[in-house]
Design a binder for this molecule. Structure first.
Ligand SMILES: NC(=O)C1=CN([C@@H]2O[C@H](COP(=O)(O)OP(=O)(O)OC[C@H]3O[C@@H](n4cnc5c(N)ncnc54)[C@H](OP(=O)(O)O)[C@@H]3O)[C@@H](O)[C@H]2O)C=CC1
Ligand SMILES: O=C(O)C1=N[C@H](C(=O)O)C[C@H](O)C1
Length: 252
C-alpha cells in the first residue's frame, strides 16, 4: 500500500484523485496540502506545507505555479518522490525541478494521459514528413474558464517536441494579434481558447498547399489525468533520484 500526500488536495484535480484513490487497494492518501482547510477529505489537510509532518511514500501535485518552489523544498527535505503535474512553471522553476531530480525522484509531465503522450510521438513523426514539405504548423488548445495559465502546458509540450524534430530552429508566435506580415515558415503558431467546462482539447494543424492535416486529442474527463498521476506515483516509489516523465510510465 503506498502512502500519498496530495498537494492541491481541495482543487478540481485533487478531488478527482481523492475519490479514485478511495477505491484503490494499493494506495491511500494520508495527508493533503492546500491553501484552505475547507473540505472534509477524510485525511488531515495542512495549509502551511512546512507544518506537514505526516510520513508518506510519494507526493502528487496538482496546484498552482506559485506553490511549487516550497513544494520542491519540502520534497527534498523529506526525501519524498514527487509527481509534479502543475503547469505554468517559470524557466527558473523548471531549472529547480531539474536540480531537485539530482537528489530525489521527480516525474514532471504537463499531461498525464496516455492519449496525449501517444499523440506527441505521432506529431513528431508527422513533423518529420510534413515540415520538410513546407507545411505550416499551428497548435490550438481549448480549456475551461477557470484555467489560469496560457498556453497550456500540453500545448508547450507539443511545440517543444515538434521543435526538437526541427533542431529547435522554429520560434513560437502567440495569437498574432500584433502581426502585420505574412506568416514566416519557421514558426509554430500557438492559440488559446478558454470557455465553460471544456476539460482539454489540443489540435496540431499541419497546413499545406490546398490540404490540411489535423491531429487532435480531446479529454472527456479529468479521470484520465488523475489515473495517470496515480500510476506515476506507484512507478516513482520504486525509482532512485532522476527526472522522469509519462513516457517512462506508459512505454517502460
Ligand atoms: N499534468 C496534467 O495532466 C494536468 C495538469 N493540470 C494542472 O494542475 C494544476 C491544478 O489544476 P486544477 O486542479 O484544475 O486547479 P484548481 O485551481 O482547481 O486546484 C488547485 C488547488 O491548489 C490550491 N492551492 C493554492 N495555493 C496553494 C499552495 N500554496 N499550496 C497548496 N495548494 C495550493 C488551490 O487553492 P485556492 O483555490 O484557494 O487557490 C486549489 O485548491 C494546474 O496547473 C493545471 O494546469 C491539470 C490537469 C491535468
Ligand atoms: O488546467 C487544466 O485543466 C489542464 N491543464 C494541463 C495543461 O495545461 O496542459 C493538462 C490538461 O490539458 C488540463
Amino acid at each position: 500500500m503506498i502512502k500519498i500526500i496530495m498537494h492541491g488536495c481541495n482543487g478540481k484535480m485533487g478531488q478527482v484523485i481523492s475519490d479514485l484513490v478511495k477505491a484503490d487497494k494499493e494506495a491511500e492518501i494520508v495527508a493533503g496540502i492546500d491553501s484552505k482547510d475547507s473540505i472534509d477529505n477524510g485525511y488531515p489537510v495542512f495549509t502551511d506545507i512546512t507544518k506537514c509532518d505526516v510520513k508518506a511514500d510519494v507526493i502528487i501535485d496538482f496546484s498552482i505555479a506559485k506553490a511549487v518552489d516550497a513544494l520542491i523544498d519540502f520534497a527534498i527535505e523529506k526525501s519524498m518522490p514527487l509527481v509534479l503535474c502543475t503547469t505554468g512553471l517559470s524557466e527558473a522553476q523548471i531549472k529547480k525541478v531539474e536540480d531537485a531530480s539530482g537528489i530525489i525522484p521527480v516525474l514532471r509531465s504537463s499531461n498525464m494521459s496516455l492519449g496525449v503522450n501517444a499523440l506527441v510521438s505521432i506529431a513528431k513523426a508527422a513533423t518529420e514528413i510534413l515540415a520538410k514539405s513546407n507545411y505550416d504548423i499551428e497548435i490550438i488548445e481549448k480549456h475551461h474558464n477557470q484555467k489560469v495559465d496560457a498556453p497550456s502546458g500540453t500545448a508547450i509540450m507539443f511545440a517543444e517536441a515538434i521543435n526538437e524534430v526541427l533542431n529547435n530552429t522554429y520560434s513560437y508566435n502567440y495569437d498574432r494579434h500584433e502581426s502585420n506580415d505574412p506568416r514566416p515558415k519557421e514558426e509554430i503558431g500557438m492559440h488559446t481558447i478558454r470557455g465553460g467546462t471544456i476539460v482539454g482539447e489540443h489540435s496540431i494543424l499541419f497546413a499545406g498547399q490546398d490540404e490540411v492535416i489535423e491531429l487532435k486529442h480531446t479529454a472527456q474527463s479529468k479521470a484520465i489525468f488523475a489515473n495517470g498521476s496515480i500510476k506515476a506515483a506507484k512507478y516513482l516509489t520504486k525509482k532512485s533520484s532522476g527526472l522522469y516523465d509519462m513516457n517512462n510510465v506508459i512505454f517502460g
